[in-house]
Design a protein around this ligand. Sequence first.
Ligand code: HDL
Ligand code: ZN
Length: 412
Amino acid sequence: MSSSAPLSARVERILAATPVHDIHTHLYDPAFSSLLSWGIDEQLTYHYLVSESFRQMDVPFDRFWSASKTEQADFIWNALFVEHSPVSEACRGVLTTLNALGIEPRKHDLASLRKWFAAWKPADFVERVLSLANVASVGMTNSPFDDEERAYWNANLPRDARFRGALRIDPLILGWTEAAPRLRRWGYAVGNELNQATADEVRRFLADYTRKYGASYCMVSLPPTLSYPAAGETAWLIDHAVLPHCRDHGQPFALMMGVKRAVNPLLRMAGDGVGRSDLTALQNLCSANPANRFAVTCLARENQHELVVLARKFRNLHPFGCWWFTNTPQLIEEITTMRLELLGTSFTPQHSDARVLDQLIYKWQHSRALIGRCLARKYETLEAAGWAVTDAEIQRDATELLGGGFARFCGL
Ligand code: HDL
Ligand code: ZN
């Protein structure tokens, strides 16, 4: 397509053709077979749809949770697709995914959809999805505290290099009382007292699992109440173990700020909520630790502008993603435009957070379209000021936004 083509079409073409490095998902290497989630029932029982379906059906919680995955999917399909229009982002995502896979959802009932998915070999389906989504790599969420996952790592299975490790350490820094005895059982001589000897052993634990899981960064999700500096175990472990570990390994510390866990425990994984964080904690982290790098996403819409302004003040702060409840077309456009207008291209607009492999298709089709729309609008204003962008420049920007900038920030 020549440069005389409409700008929006050039941007759309280049973004679609640029493989994305998805920096945060809950997907696993296909070798971790029981942990890799895929197929129509997994898509429909995604916790986003679970919470939405309870609003449209009067199934008692314990009746739902005691049902099979298939029956749960039946409940959800009926409540959100048959009895009501599937206009939510997560519902639309199922339809986008089926459509991209060549299925006309209106012409199928769940039984025939299940038959269609059952015909796939997992390895072939992985290739199909990664190709359709044009995803070059998938950042996993690897928790040393997840026993089922630990067993797969201990089995030393041949790994798919496209599935990249990331060390998830919520239990370590948010639940030290429960984590300390587990570290001791794993051979790390941490005491109950937070002193240098304990810090050294926590750092040895982080280094061992960074190496074992091939992690390119450490990540934690944080409550809106996080304060820093502060007394208490969380700030102490961050200061004395996590940040020195990240400096030793030249890795960023990834913070996902503002989650309120178990707002409604009856919804189980679907029961988490959002709270506005006091980003003074982030300001203090960036300011007090200039040799550390922080990749940060915030869950509250109200935190987005302050996060961007903080990123203007601290070059060791890299905003990323429209996370979870902000992963909607309206908020992706708002947040991405805000970031472009205040940070240029020095941020990472999206991660998928996919839990089900198939979701990579819709999460990236929807986000590429929105990122492209925001970018094209900015390029149009440049052209109006006499600065016509070339395809090569659009490609450079797309590569940076779709994971190249984050890779550089990670020192990869
Ligand atoms: O803590 C996280 O990484 C969140 O992404 C949660 O896993 C959440 O349940 C989720 O999947 N959000 O998209
Ligand atoms: Zn996540």
